[in-house]
Design a protein. Sequence first.
Length: 107
Amino acid sequence: MFTRVVAVRTKPGKAKEFVKTIHDKILPILEDQPGFVDEILLVSNTGPDQILALSFWKSQQDAERYTHEEYPRINEIISHLVESAPVSMTFNVDIFTSHKIPAGKAA
């Protein structure tokens, strides 16, 4: 498994709108991508305009295909909500355990 970690700084006060945009517009695009497994969005509790988006993929090739084919369109959709271009990093996933925790319910 493979992951893309994208760090985003939203414009002040735009984090909630960013999260809603991810849920309503971006997640459907991701779910249609070959090899897409899951998405986790983390909003900092100490810097509420700081967000990490983690997308999980079956393979590096799946993630790279998404990066080249769809990610430019994603950047266009969120561009009015972010301070600067998102910073993306990639990682191999060595351990993955899905706990099926609903949003906002983690302890």
